[in-house]
Design a protein around this ligand. Structure first.
Ligand SMILES: *Cc1c(COP(=O)(O)O)cnc(C)c1O
Length: 403
């Protein structure tokens, strides 16, 4: 949405004629054929493709199990159920995330407790986590923000010390690697999302990976109404048609149509990430010498999956706030974004009595960030347009030399 009252800096034409989105899917003929094949077959949902997709996801991340869901949010809800979160339990997460990372706690009657972020990595700060633990704490939900793995070793130590379950929100991080281990093989449960802006897509969809059989079985049962047909689990058994519902689950199943798209997309994930990494390096190169911006932090011992490329503005070197700079970039037809509004800023959370000031590092970061376009289908010319626009706008608003 453009602000119609604002003009392009210095007048004239915007740098781009057409709008460049901040993220988008890449669907090729093989993807289309895979979906069409399911449509021509016998099963539209819960057929053979779903288990193949789950198997391939598990193989790719190096986990024992993978359970697919209708969305990443449904997958997080199921993980909270499987972790045993119930009324009054506290769960520690980051405010610098999409609302779903905290909403899933509320679905189960739990209480989200927000721990502040590390000001350099923008990921949840393990020291802040430990300071918030009480007898009611049950779980930690770290987010691999932008695709950069959270401090998983330190979080594991805390979880072991206090007997907590880790549900890793890796919606951004399919394909990321931390100290030689793929994200998805490390935490008790890991969630990936397949929304179209994420690293691969199924339209809507999500998955939980885990190495724990008991958790896996709960996840599977939760996504289909709490129903089981497993003879070992049945309380009664009236015959071959018989099944039982053991707890209140949901219909959170992924269709075979979605799974077919996911399988086809998964074959391309490493190429997608390679392209994202290449484009991110071009941004780094172009902005390295600009004093007014801080570039994304890169951990030495981890590989990011480069879901998002976020620049942080040094507002003391700029004459205007992030809002003016954001609007000026929009005028150039650059599709930028802000990830994220701290979760507890939302009116719903404010009504639950979360106060501003809770996580100062996250609140400060929120004032200073802009997400630049980054997706594998971007051309070098697209990247050059963004670079040109950022340089134009930042130079225009720089406080340097204008004093
Ligand atoms: C996208 C996203 C989700 C939710 O995934 P959906 O598949 O859209 O439900 C959760 N957490 C984070 C950090 C996300 O980016």
């Amino acid at each position: 949405m453009k602000n119609e009252n604002r003009l392009v800096i210095n007048g004239g034409k915007p740098i781009r004629d057409t709008y460049l989105p901040y993220g988008r899917q890449w669907i090729d003929e093989a993807d289309i054929e895979a979906v069409v094949n399911v449509l021509k077959g016998d099963f539209l949902t819960t057929g053979p493709v779903i288990s193949r997709f789950e198997q391939q996801i598990a193989n790719y991340v190096g986990s024992k199990y993978a359970a697919a869901f209708s969305s990443g949010t449904a997958a997080l809800h199921a993980a909270c159920f499987a972790a045993g979160i119930s009324e009054g339990d506290e769960v520690i997460t980051t405010p610098m995330t999409f609302a779903a990372s905290a909403n899933c706690i509320l679905y189960q009657g739990g209480k989200p407790v927000f721990a502040d972020i590390d000001p350099f990595t923008y990921n949840i700060d393990p020291t802040a986590i430990e300071s918030l633990i009480t007898e009611k704490t049950k779980c930690i939900i770290p987010v691999d923000f932008t695709g950069q793995p959270a401090d998983l070793d330190a979080i594991r130590q805390i979880a072991d010390k206090y007997n907590l379950t880790i549900i890793e929100d890796a919606a951004h991080a399919l394909g990321a690697v931390c100290k030689g281990r793929k994200i998805g093989s490390i935490s008790d449960m890991t969630m990936f999302s397949f929304h179209p802006v994420k690293n691969i897509t199924t339209g809507e969809g999500g998955v939980i990976t885990t190495n724990n059989q008991a958790l896996y079985e709960k996840l599977i049962q939760f996504r289909t109404h709490g129903i089981t047909r497993d003879p070992k689990q049945l309380v009664h058994n009236h015959g071959p048609w018989y099944y039982e519902m053991h707890f209140l689950g949901y219909n959170y199943r992924m269709t075979d149509i979605q799974a077919a798209l996911g399988l086809s997309q998964l074959r391309k994930i490493d190429g997608f990430i390679k392209k994202r990494k290449h484009l991110a390096a071009l941004y780094d190169e172009a902005f390295r010498d600009m004093k007014e911006v801080v570039l994304p932090f890169q951990k030495q011992d981890c590989n990011s999956s480069w879901h998002l490329y976020i620049i942080r503005l040094k507002l003391d070197l700029l004459k205007e706030s992030r809002k003016e700079i954001f609007e000026a970039l929009q005028e150039e037809n650059i599709g930028i974004n802000v990830h994220y509004i701290p979760v507890y800023y939302h009116p719903f959370y404010q009504k639950l009595d979360y106060q501003k000031g809770l996580c100062p590092n996250a609140e400060k970061l929120y004032e200073e960030i802009i997400t630049l376009p980054l997706f594998p289908l971007m051309t070098e010319a697209d990247i050059q347009d963004v670079i040109e626009a950022v340089k134009k706008v930042i130079t225009h608003y720089s406080a340097e030399g204008k004093a």
